[in-house]
Write a protein that binds this ligand. Structure first.
Ligand code: GLN
Length: 503
């Protein structure tokens, strides 16, 4: 029986090998994944909606192709269970962005990244929880309840793609898609011990992904092996005429994973390693990863990113400005919750937006509205764009010397629910990830085992030059030979007895 064989534990590569060897069917894979969700999701709450019918339909297509001997032609994700962050449209599903505003919105079309993942043979399991409209770092701002960190249920999974990270880390989905505007793939990847890849801006189409900051947003995969992440990227990358910022993709992201790092120059940023707020156990893990890369033949080189410390300030100008503009469409007429019974449009707008948006979304909208108002624009928005140019130049200069950069992802491991109440303090959890969105190049989180102090997952960040995401994946694959693939969180009954007793 499929579930007894725990097919949900297998990587995409293992699933595909087993399918081709006729050891099990795509239908059994689907049963196993849905069985795992039924077992684990009542505890974790990663899913907002399941797409069982679509999953079985796809499984039937794959099984038919297997019987014809044409499974590989289905694409790089054939037979691989995949789930999607709930800001990605999938026709016929709710796409809520975890907001009351879109609680009843049903997608009339499918996002390009989702269509490509399913078109490449992925088995769609459903839609995943997130911070409301992707504003946040803990998934606590979801209007539909929090997602729990599979390693410790008293802690956040990170955010905003917390559902995606938790689903992969608990074995409910083999791979998942998330989106990253300032760190929202990499930080939850680090907190849950999953691989999370934010490719270079332009690698994956944003068409059909509900926009937060259009010049910063990028879609990417979560997985438990570097190969699976690269395979998923192969499926979703490439030019899409419906997103004019998307680029042709000519690389096979899996091609040089086994090449190792001999002779590769890997940068370390001293200012990151000395940053105030970086916990000793995270710093230790980055140093350990650097030593491991060096032992495998990489040359570790210090590089400076002198303007990176201004990235956070620039982001909290540019992000809210773009969010303010993008969220204007949720006005109760074109889209979104409509508060009934109003006689004039002004009061309908006001009431609908006040009720429909949560407090963090309202904070960003008000901030963006202020920053873009006349008189203020020149003081904040314009300088923030100048900072953006400086940071991009810093990265270009650094990548003249090194092939990729090694850094922390987040300054610390997963925090407890409610532990960080001050929004400004929450924003600081992205201090090492934001400059990459500002510059537009690629970054990923690679799990390197638990911290010595908190015993919670830690990820190191690998940063690549723009449109050379294959370099960070290659360095990550080298680290994987040392640390192993990302483990599935141990089962909830054993590990979290304390949390249970406290309920
Ligand atoms: N935590 C950051 C924010 O709240 C980044 C979010 C994201 O990448 N979507 O803006």
């Amino acid at each position: 029986m499929a579930v007894e064989r725990d097919l949900w534990r297998l990587s995409a590569a293992e699933l595909q090998r087993g399918l081709l060897a006729k050891e099990f069917s795509a239908k059994e894979i689907t049963e196993s994944a849905l069985g795992r969700i039924a077992q684990a999701d009542p505890e974790i709450h990663a899913f907002l909606e399941l797409t069982e019918k679509a999953a079985y339909k796809q499984a039937a297509r794959i099984d038919e192709a297997l019987s014809q001997g044409t499974a590989r032609e289905c694409g790089p994700l054939f037979g691989v269970p995949i789930a999607f962050k709930d800001n990605m449209n999938l026709e016929g599903t709710h796409t809520t962005c975890a907001s009351r505003m879109l609680e009843n919105y049903v997608s009339p079309y499918t996002a390009t990244c989702v269509a490509r993942a399913i078109g490449a043979g992925g088995i769609p399991l459903g839609k995943l929880n997130m911070d409301e409209f992707a504003f946040g770092s803990s998934t606590e701002t979801s209007a539909f309840g929090k997602t729990l960190n599979p390693w410790d249920r008293e802690r956040v999974p990170g955010g905003s793609s917390g559902g995606s990270a938790a689903a992969v880390a608990s074995g409910m989905a083999c791979v998942a898609l998330g989106s990253d505007t300032g760190g929202s793939i990499r930080q939850p990847g680090a907190f849950c011990g999953a691989i999370g890849v934010k490719p270079t801006y332009g690698v994956v189409s944003r068409y059909g992904v509900v926009a937060f900051g259009s010049s910063l947003d990028q879609v990417g995969p979560f997985a438990r092996t570097v190969h699976d992440a690269a395979c998923t990227l192969n499926a979703i990358a490439g030019r899409d005429p419906l997103d004019c910022t998307s680029q042709e993709s000519t690389v096979d992201f899996t091609a040089n994973l086994a090449e190792g790092v001999r002779g590769m120059k890997v940068g370390i940023v001293p200012a990151f390693m000395e940053a105030k707020g970086l916990s000793p156990e995270v710093r230790h893990k980055v140093e350990e990863a650097a030593a491991n890369l060096a032992a495998m033949g990489a040359e570790i080189v210090e590089v400076a990113l002198p303007n990176a410390q201004a990235a956070m300030s620039a982001y909290y100008v540019l992000g809210p400005c773009e969010a303010f503009s993008n969220l204007a469409r949720f006005d109760s007429v074109r889209y979104g919750y409509c508060d009934p019974g109003h006689k004039d449009l002004g009061s309908q707008y006001e009431a609908s937006r006040t009720i429909g948006f949560g407090s963090e979304a309202r904070r960003r909208i008000m901030l963006g509205s202020y920053l873009l108002s006349s008189g203020v624009y020149n003081t904040y928005y314009y300088p923030a764009q100048q900072v953006r140019t400086l940071i991009t130049r810093d990265y270009n200069e650094a990548f003249g010397k090194v092939s990729c950069i090694l850094a922390p992802v987040a300054p610390r491991t997963a925090f407890k629910f409610g532990e960080i109440a001050d929004p400004a303090e929450m924003y600081l959890t992205d201090m090492f990830t934001i400059s990459i969105n500002i510059a537009g190049n690629g970054g990923m989180s690679m799990p390197v085992g638990p911290g010595e102090e908190t015993h919670l997952p830690i990820g190191v960040q690998l940063i690549a030059p723009a449109f050379h995401d294959e370099l960070m994946l290659r360095a990550a694959a080298a680290l994987e030979t040392v640390y192993g693939p990302a483990p599935i969180a141990p089962d909830f009954d054993g590990l979290n007895d304390n949390a249970k007793a406290g309920e």
